[in-house]
Design a protein around this ligand. Structure first.
Ligand code: 3BY
Ligand code: FES
Ligand code: FE
Length: 428
């Protein structure tokens, strides 16, 4: 996608906003509210970068698909007849009709509802009625979108030329993900939560645990709220909890050493195009999972988890995803912008394919803590949206423990800066 397709209105003003953004401070209001910034985000961020859209467990068999809406674009992620994961534009090559409307399902072929052009699951056009004898159907296959899988997670990129660093990122994270065997897992539950806030507020909120103690009573019975804390950040009230965290950290070190799995934090959130952070943290209480007080929530462990006390492996990626890998289940989160002040958060819970609902887990037991957490986060995002669009709002300073929010914003602003470079030069 080229710059000339960017909305013309206010591009110079957005470029000026990007240049005057003060490091360590939240963004000015228009970044969260204006349609022009949203349209630019769709081009410069969602149109250029690798996006997490689904897990392989969601499309286990040939013909299984999910559709993904990104702004005004729709993409079909499908397993073709050879078992290969494909991403196809959900736009008929005849007169453009949307092909698949359902969020997920299974097809033999993809048949357009309008005039029944028929495509194989790999996008190849098989049949088009009443075309002239010179019609070359090989020229009208569905448009392919770049797609990559790593450790059973599916990423797409809408750009003509995707960021070239995905192989390096995949090589770092794959050894962490391997033992969870996500491609062999099954979907236990999925929720789509629409939040009345800009997608960046959703991401910012995910990138700090400054709010966890006050806002997530269920989650913090298992999740130590010390994400990115130094000893000096710990208040006297939290000191006993911090002692427990240090002990649990050292126990988890031993488990990881015995299991031979990678343990170290990799923090590259704002140092590369495909920004990411991966780490394994211990859990409080039973130390097993996201049940209350760290209780296990599925009797069958997932993949090759060596013990229930395997901690919380978390992966955070720019621009639209985060993941939690527990010994007994995996939760994947995908952030899909719908408009300047509307964002969908899709959450999917994966368990061992052999786990039986009602015997090994219940949907309520598996999902209740993160359903509550997601809803608490929705409320915070919506309060944030109302605040940053109040005329009295001015950007405020991030706390030290909000450095991953700064990393997200720094990454975002840097990507806009680079994308707008041709525009700045032509304005000079
Ligand atoms: O899901 C997460 O990773 C974020 C970060 C810490 C708070 N929240 C749980
Ligand atoms: Fe799809 Fe006509 S628009 S067959
Ligand atoms: Fe939260």
């Amino acid at each position: 996608m080229s710059f000339k397709t960017a909305p013309a209105a206010n591009m110079a003003e957005i470029a000026a906003m990007v240049e005057r953004r003060e490091v360590g401070y939240s963004l000015e209001s228009a970044f969260y509210a204006s349609q022009e910034v949203f349209d630019l985000d769709m081009l410069a961020i969602f149109g250029e970068h690798w996006l997490f859209v689904a897990s392989e467990a969601e499309i286990p068999d040939e013909g299984d698909f999910v559709t993904v809406e990104i702004g005004t674009q729709s993409i079909i992620v499908v397993r073709d007849d050879d078992g290969t994961v494909r991403a196809l534009r959900n736009v008929c090559r005849h007169r453009g009709s949307r092909l698949l409307e359902d969020p997920c399902g299974s097809v033999g072929n993809i048949v357009c509802p309008y005039h029944q052009w028929t495509y194989r699951a790999d996008g190849e056009l098989m049949y088009a009625e009443s075309q002239s004898p010179s019609f070359d159907k090989s020229k009208f296959n569905l448009k392919q979108v770049h797609v990559r899988t790593v450790g059973g997670l599916i990423f797409i990129c809408l750009a003509d030329e995707p960021p070239a660093d995905f192989d390096e990122v995949a090589a770092v994270i794959e050894p962490y993900l391997r033992s969870y065997k996500i491609a062999e897992a099954k979907v236990a539950h999925q929720t789509d939560l629409v939040e009345n806030g800009n997608w960046k507020l959703v991401m910012e909120n995910n990138r700090e645990c400054h709010h966890c103690d006050a806002s997530h009573p269920e989650l913090i019975t298992s999740y130590f709220p010390f994400l990115r804390y130094d000893e000096s950040d710990v208040t006297p009230r939290l000191q006993p909890l911090y002692e427990r965290y240090l002990k649990a950290t050292s126990d988890l070190d031993d488990v990881c050493k015995t299991a031979g799995v990678p343990r170290e934090l990799v923090h590259e959130l704002d140092t590369r195009e495909t920004g990411f952070m991966i780490m394994r943290l211990p859990l409080d209480g039973d130390g097993a999972s996201f049940g209350i007080d760290g209780a296990q929530v599925c009797k069958k462990l997932i993949g090759d988890s060596p013990t229930p006390q395997f901690g919380d492996l978390s992966l955070h990626m720019q621009p639209n995803s985060w993941f939690h890998f527990l010994s007994d289940h995996v939760i994947v989160f995908s952030v899909l912008p719908l408009g300047p002040d509307k964002t969908m958060v899709r959450t999917t819970w994966l368990v061992n394919a052999d786990a039986v609902e009602g015997e090994d887990y219940t949907i309520e037991g598996l999902t209740s803590v993160w359903k509550a957490t997601n809803d608490q986060d929705r409320v915070l995002v919506e309060k944030g949206q109302r605040g940053v669009t109040d005329p009295s709002y001015v950007p405020g300073p991030y706390a030290l423990i909000e450095d991953d929010v700064e990393a997200f914003i720094n990454w975002y602003v840097g990507r806009l800066h680079d994308y707008l470079a041709p525009h700045r030069e032509s304005a000079e």
